[in-house]
Write a protein of this length. Structure first.
Ligand code: HPA
Ligand code: ZN
Length: 349
């Protein structure tokens, strides 16, 4: 396999899915600057790159919230969504389930209907241009508490029932932001409501907290996936169960270095160990623009760090398809596309 990078890299061109990407975390630097100017928001520095150094998840969240604050009206969401897909598709994204976390926007008076409609407009335009497909996961923000989470899910369901624009794109709920000091079980009412309405369920868990929190997300919140789930290997029983039940983990190794500061180098990340334990550990970007990342770079980095072959990376891409919330037909079609692209790229690589 060649050592090429960027678009010359077969791993960049390989059709890939991203199941753990925060749409706000895809905001281009130019867009950060332009939206700040447009919305009269003062940035602490004129060079966003200076902002993008984090010593912990909580210090990252300060920057994430600043970026979120730049999204003021519906058009801002549309621009963000459009650019997110165009930029991801340029590095092989064919299908994404992207998070958005509207708690602070709702608190400041924005309407969920406008946010979703804005995102939908941008996604639709980019889908048409790139052929990639994107769905949305509405994340509850733990920093805003269980009451706000329940209100958000309840609004979501009302809008869905009313057939509001873009709502068919929202296929599930999740939960992100700070983990420490939060018992996932406190969010059971919101998750129960989501399940009754037929929404899929995931949660950021085990990024900075022990495996019992993962277990609570599975047993109490009835999550079907776990985002990050880094601490899973600390508990043999939870590991065995997740492997046996093929409960996917959406792992983001580069994020875990740059955001959570979990390990110093990729070689020290438990990703390969997770896969060796039989876990359905998929590969994803988290907040690509805020960590100077894209899917192609992530696949290349993991390939190099763990001595994986091209075929291993194809298997990882295939696991992403299996872990998605596409229906069986959608999964079959993506698998076929992956297979034929992999054969072609293998020959050219
Ligand atoms: N963890 C928690 N919250 C987040 C993250 C993350 O990795 N990215 C954006 N919000
Ligand atoms: Zn995340």
């Amino acid at each position: 396999m060649s050592e090429a990078t960027g678009r010359d890299d077969p791993l960049d061109r390989l059709p890939k899915v991203d199941l753990h990407c925060h749409v706000e975390g895809t905001m281009r630097r130019e867009t950060v600057i332009e939206l700040a100017a447009h919305n009269n928001i003062e940035l602490p520095t004129s060079d966003p790159a200076e902002l993008y150094h984090y010593s912990s998840l909580d210090s990252f969240l300060e920057v994430f919230w600043l970026v979120q604050s730049l999204l003021v009206d519906r058009d801002d969401w549309t621009r963000l969504a459009y650019e997110a897909v165009v930029d991801s598709a340029a590095h092989g994204l064919v299908y994404g389930e992207f998070f958005f976390t509207p708690a602070r926007h709702l608190e400041q008076g924005q309407f969920l209907a406008d946010i979703v409609a804005g995102l939908d407009e941008g996604f639709a335009a980019a889908e048409q241009e790139t052929g990639a497909q994107v769905r949305l996961i509405a994340d509850m923000d733990r920093a805003h508490g269980p009451g706000a989470a329940l209100a958000m899910v309840s609004q979501l369901i009302d809008l869905r029932r009313a057939g509001a624009t873009g709502m068919d794109r929202v296929i599930g709920v999740g939960m992100d932001s700070t983990e420490e000091g939060v018992n996932p079980a406190d969010y059971v009412a919101a998750y129960e409501l989501a399940e009754r309405a037929g929404l899929r369920r995931t949660a950021h868990q085990g990024e900075t907290t022990p495996p019992w929190t993962i277990q609570a997300a599975l047993d109490v919140l009835r999550c079907e996936r776990i985002d990050h789930g880094l601490s899973v290997l600390d508990d043999l029983e939870v590991t065995r169960r997740m492997a046996a039940e093929k409960i996917p983990l959406t792992v983001c190794p580069t994020s875990n270095i740059k955001i959570a500061n979990h390990v110093e180098r990729l070689e020290l990340h438990p990703y390969a160990e997770m896969r060796d334990a039989g876990l359905l550990a998929t590969l994803n970007t988290d907040d690509p623009a805020l960590t100077e990342l894209d899917l192609g770079i992530e696949y290349r980095a993991v390939h190099d760090a763990f001595g994986y072959e091209f075929a291993d990376m194809v298997a990882i891409a295939g696991d992403g398809i299996d872990a998605s919330w596409l229906d069986d037909d959608g999964k079959r079609r993506l698998h076929a596309r992956l297979r034929s692209a992999a054969e072609e790229l293998q020959d050219s690589g």
